[in-house]
Write a protein that binds this ligand. Sequence first.
Ligand code: CUA
Length: 268
Amino acid sequence: MAVALILVLIVVGSVAFHLLSPWWWTPIASNWAYIDSTIVITFWITGAVFVAVVLFMAYCVYRFRHQPGRQAHYEPESKRLELWLTLVTGIGVAAMLTPGLFVWRQFITVPQDATDVEILGQQWQWSFRLPGPDGKLGASDIRLVGPDNALGISREDPNSQDDIVIEGGELRLPVGRPIKALLRSADVIHDFYIPEMRAKMDLVPGQISYIWFTPTRTGTFEILCAELCGVGHPQMRGTVIVQEQKDYQAWLQAQASRTFARLTPTAQ
Ligand code: CUA
């Protein structure tokens, strides 16, 4: 009886903790509400299964407890039960996976009008590059990284000259505009993560990965690294400031001294 009661308490406690927990996700600041929806669906399904299984265990522990003279009935197989369980499990798993496929399709389909922004991760900081007035990022290669070229930007590419380089500083983005973040790593695998944007993607050395999102409200958000990348991993944080379009443009105008051509005079 005590064991059955403990099992019931575990169910009640878990559900209460889930509903009352202060450790809930941060208020969303991007277009990725779908990601929250898929997590909520997963919570409902796994939660229902958890409650059902543990309550069933509690019932069995109580109902079939030891009693003098009562013998267990040996029944190793039951076709009906197996079929039933397989079907229910299959439906449950499909219900969790299917919404994810739809969201993933949107996740990898970047809107045509998205602005490119480059994000470079290295042990242990975030750097950024914004396309200048030409709207294009110049070519880059990790082999070009040097003391005066932290992001390894190509000097030959004319598109590089007006690129705005922000080394280890704050990234600014305009609100309401889709952003395509091109992710590069200078050393090991990092993971770009802004909890409020629900956007998260690995940075893999030797390749350019990407992620897109549209910031939906202004504010200051923290960029985290979500991949263990060495002793400095917890300190690998950055800041993104989402601004109204006019404030963003004003800031952008003021960045003329941070163009690649200015920072790296030999690039001219
Ligand atoms: Cu970079 Cu953890």
